[in-house]
Design a protein around this ligand. Sequence first.
Ligand code: ADP
Length: 494
Amino acid sequence: MIERTFNILHVDDEQNLREGAKRILARMGHNVLQATNGEEALKLLPAREVDIVLLDLKMPGMDGMEVLKQIRASYPHILVIIATGFATIETAIEAMKLGAYDFMTKPFRPDQLRLITGRAMEHLLLKEERDRLSEERDRGLWDITKEKSRLRTVVDSIVAGILITDMNKRIVMCNPAFYRMMQVGPEGITGENLVELPTLKEIDGMMNDLTKGSHQNNQEITREIVRPGDRPTFVRVSVNRVMTETGKTMGLVAITRDITRIKEQEKEKSAFVAMLTHELRSPLSSVDTQLHVVLKGLTGGLTDRQREMFERIRTRVKNVLYRINDLLDLSKIEARQFTQEKSPANLGPIIKESMELLSDQASEKNLSFESELDSALPDVLGDPSSLKDAAVNLIGNAIRYTPAGGRIAVSTGVEGDLIFFRVADSGIGIAEEHKDKIFDRFFRVKDPRIGDVVGTGLGLPIVKTIVEDHNGTITVESEHGGGSVFTVRLPVLK
Ligand code: ADP
């Protein structure tokens, strides 16, 4: 049973036959149009939607074959069923060659008409279904390709580099910005394993840290790496997991950003601060020295009032000098990040020199200044000048934050494959809630016992930067009022 209504045009000069066929087809639920000859049929077609034409071959006027030809040429979707009273194999073959769909002899019985038109209708329904499916498929494919290429275009034009790998670190995708920044490609790394690409070893390491959860909170890791070259490129890399909607890890993603320009600006700024602080330090140091000479009485006697004033001036000058030195240290370190060359270095002599530099300050405060240094300390990979800055800062703090008459002990040694350097004092100590904060820039504990100790809150952040730059750690143990112990650990050079 065919559900759809078809429009059928019956072309025949015999009225009885037309009416008979119309009754049968209408009862089947279809619309029937009629034409008595070829010309009439061809005039009707442009205005009406016709699915099937039932065509008599032998009519007055235009020949049936000619009508068939014209219908096929102008309306290829219409199925034409030929009906003729003098059916011969030859005419049938000829009509089929011209594109007729089927063939029927006249006069036809109702069941013959139903069978043959029914077959044509089924054919049309099947064709419609096929067309619909293929149209849907084409549209689907088109949508997908369009969506994919749109996404690809977006990814390719992003200024940030993107690298996506599966959980085994096989590269699934990366964009041109990534190739450029990391100096790989431009083709050929998709499908490769990250582990086998030495140029991407830092990213590989970061992905390891992320998946092993050896960093805090198991969240995104961000680090800065330097790509060598005529003009080194600084790249900030963030590594994270790629999650499905249900929270399963599908793979890993690295986003890279070129921060060379920012770094260059920072460098310019640091260089400017370094220059400025340097320019300020020289005249102030000379003021300090001259005040020292005056206070010693080398330029003649002073009244008590004059001495008191000069001493106050000297304290102020010293405070300013202290701040300038910290700023200078900071800008030096920032500048050094661009130029630093690490080589095998030994902490022994570095600590000794630092202690010598500060021994006057320690004796001024009448502090016992002891050391227990490992004489066979292995080397570390480092920059001696920064390591000395770190040591001077830590020992200097111990001296400054320990009241007169106290004790300072400096020690070095080996613990497994780490070297430690420890500064212990019997000073004012650090309260639990401040232990983390003292490594933040400009943080200073507000404690009346700090009294007139001048500072900028930059010393410990500088030390921490240096230590971490050497792949080391710094820890503090302290009790409020019970002295402090700062320990730096650095990896032994293998
Ligand atoms: P600054 O000493 O210039 O203030 P730092 O960054 O070196 O800056 O130190 C930050 C703060 O940590 C200090 O202000 C002080 O409160 C505290 N601190 C540092 N070292 C010690 C120490 N050895 N004993 C007690 N407190 C300390």
